[in-house]
Design a binder for this molecule. Structure first.
Ligand code: GCU
Length: 610
């Protein structure tokens, strides 16, 4: 039976996946039959070779693959055929073993930093979902290569803590729903949970606490034997953690890791620890230094089944940050790279912002083998198109492709997504791919550019507010005055650059060597500072804001010329109008802010409001 489910990048799979497809091999067979019929091509044979795990090989008329790899092989075959691209040659296997999506869904159905509607599986404190929709989502995740889904917010509140308690049967049913797609569940847990059960402490060195978690782990894995693990946000933004008991994060993480190790579980421990009660008058504390200061001394102390999950940059998913120095400081720890698909600071799925080019930059600075896994904060929700903006689906798809092969060309990934999704005439496809490739650069220009970051409205994080986080508690200061802007993070300043290995330190240490797009992240510079191309800093600030805004207006014209299908065309047009409004607001607010401070006139005499 056909429903109205949106097919995102798989429009040729024009029927739902039936419940009878309860293993990856059965899903693979079903998808091939359906897809080959829709594409008018012959269907290859499937051969399961369990030793291949998640790998597969497509040769002659046969797809050979492991018990999950067979499904990846089927999607790779169908995607290549649908996109008119060559099928992958030789044996394929994923670069990272854990390719994780972290949902920030709350038990009440809301989604923290969610821009695509309510949760797909929580409502009113309960786990509840629409079967066909979840199977469509499973299909999407598997076709992109994502294999772990953490179902609840890292900030575990109210009923979410019960997922591993009396809500376990529901969680097990959700795990059943995703299993045929090779997707294993993970669950965020609350470090202090033993307190709610009369244990009297959550001290990780207390045997009662250890026994409580061991007993919980036994129950959880009895219900869901393939659960991927637990995810923990501890001592971060008011969440409970081992610091309360004078214990280190290695002691806290290892206690949980040992409870779940007998079951093969992975303990993902987030490294997002900083002082969120900073006094803005305090210029000695520098938030980007926090994670490395906390964790580098613990290198080598974490158990084998602990993954320390580090955000890509030292702040918090800003438009431009250097790679977090924590990655270089912990060679003896299993690390996971965390990126954010939810566009919290990057346009909230209103403004277009394609992320694959940005991830490619991260990997250029961070050899991918430095990390053993990858996670992304999800951009999913209950909106018809799953991601709010139809183009935000490119980030979900692109994340899976990146996690499977971080060396893949970002432009090729975006092109495949565009081709699968829209099948536009060649010139239009080129225009769409170019627009996506440039989208982050455009956004960066009209927002807080040159590594300034943070000039957003507090709390909701959309729209300009240059002083919004300036006199606040969060360690997010630009310290702009009439002479200069930016923070000196060099050896002579806060010393942040000293956390990097020599080669990277050398890149950032001197203002003249530091790339323009990070100049104000690392340096405090006067407005008449000469940038690499000879423009003054203030002129560059003005120019970027004018250009970014004009480029967003040009994007609207490009989009209007594309033959996108409905309802995407309307959704894209409506969001683009909001993006332009946002870009104009950013341009004018930031230009006026810097004009008032510096008194400098725009060299081109453009309109800057008084
Ligand atoms: C940011 C975000 C929070 C989130 C936090 C995290 O601070 O605004 O909503 O909880 O990151 O990553 O834990």
């Amino acid at each position: 039976m056909s429903t109205t489910l949106r097919r995102t990048w798989l429009p040729f799979l024009n029927e739902d996946v039936p419940e009878t497809c309860d293993t990856p091999a059965k899903v693979a067979a079903y998808e091939l039959k359906l897809g080959c019929a829709a594409l008018g091509i012959g269907s290859p044979k499937l051969a399961v070779e369990p030793s291949m795990g998640e790998g597969y090989a497509i040769k002659d008329d046969t797809i050979t693959g492991g018990s999950v790899g067979i499904l990846y092989g089927a999607y790779a075959f169908l995607s290549a055929k649908a996109a008119g691209e060559p099928v992958p040659e030789g044996t394929q296997s994923p670069f990272w073993r854990l390719r994780m999506l972290n949902s920030w869904d709350n038990a009440d159905g809301s989604v923290e930093r969610g821009y695509s509607g309510r949760s797909l599986w929580f409502e009113g404190g309960e786990l509840t979902w629409d079967g066909p929709r979840i199977r469509q989502l499973g299909r999407m995740l598997a076709s992109a290569g994502i294999n772990v889904l953490c179902v609840n917010n890292v900030n575990v509140r109210s009923d979410a803590a019960r997922l591993i308690e009396d809500r376990l049967p529901d969680l097990a049913r959700l795990a059943d729903a995703f299993r045929p797609f090779g997707v294993r569940l993970m669950v965020s847990i609350e470090f202090s949970r033993p307190l709610a059960h009369g244990v009297g402490t959550a001290d990780p060195l207390d045997v009662k606490v250890q026994a409580w978690w061991a007993e919980r782990a036994n129950a959880v894995w009895a219900a869901i034997p393939d659960l991927a693990g637990f995810l923990v946000k501890a001592d971060s933004e008011h969440r409970p953690g081992p610091f309360t008991y004078g214990r280190t994060h290695a002691e806290g993480a290892n206690m949980l890791a040992r409870a779940i190790a007998p079951h093969g579980g992975t303990l993902v421990w987030r490294a997002f620890v900083y002082n969120c009660q900073q006094d803005w008058r305090d210029t000695a504390t520098d938030r980007p230094k926090a994670a490395c200061e906390t964790y580098a001394p613990l290198d080598g102390q974490f158990d084998e089944n602990v993954l320390l999950q580090v955000k890509n940059g030292p702040f918090d998913f800003q438009v431009r940050e250097p790679v977090s120095p924590t990655f270089y400081a912990m060679p003896n720890t299993n690390l996971a790279l965390e990126v954010q698909l939810a566009q919290e600071y990057t346009g909230q799925q209103i403004d277009i912002y394609a992320m694959n080019p940005m991830w490619r930059e991260i990997v250029a600075d961070l050899p991918p083998r430095t990390v053993s896994a990858i996670a992304a904060v999800s951009n999913l929700g209950r909106d018809d198109n799953y991601t709010g903006h139809p183009f935000a689906a490119a980030n979900l798809y692109g994340f899976g492709r990146f996690a499977w092969d971080p060396f893949a060309d970002p432009e090729a990934v975006l092109r495949t997504w565009a081709r699968l999704t829209y099948r536009l005439p060649a010139a239009q496809e080129d225009a769409l791919v170019a627009l996506l490739m440039n989208s982050r650069g455009v956004y960066e220009k009209y927002t807080a550019n040159l590594g300034l970051d943070w000039m957003v409205n507090p709390h909701n994080h959309y729209g300009p507010n240059p002083l919004g986080y300036e006199f606040d508690l969060w360690g997010t200061y630009n310290r702009a005055d009439r002479n200069a802007v930016g923070v000196d993070r060099t050896a002579a300043g806060t010393g942040y650059t000293l956390q990097y290995p020599e080669a990277m330190r050398a890149r950032y240490e001197k203002a003249e060597d530091c790339p323009d797009n990070l100049k104000l992240f690392f340096h405090r510079l006067p407005y008449d500072y000469a940038m690499a191309d000879g423009r003054t800093l203030i002129q560059r600030l003005y120019d970027d804001h004018f250009e970014g805004c004009a480029e967003s207006e040009a994007m609207a014209e490009t989009l209007a010329s594309l033959d996108l299908p409905e309802p995407d065309k309307t959704e894209v047009r409506e969001r683009m109008a909001k993006q332009i409004k946002n870009a104009r607001e950013w341009r004018d607010v930031l230009n006026t802010f810097f004009h008032r401070l510096s008194g400098a006139e725009d060299a081109h005499g453009r309109k800057i409001y008084d």
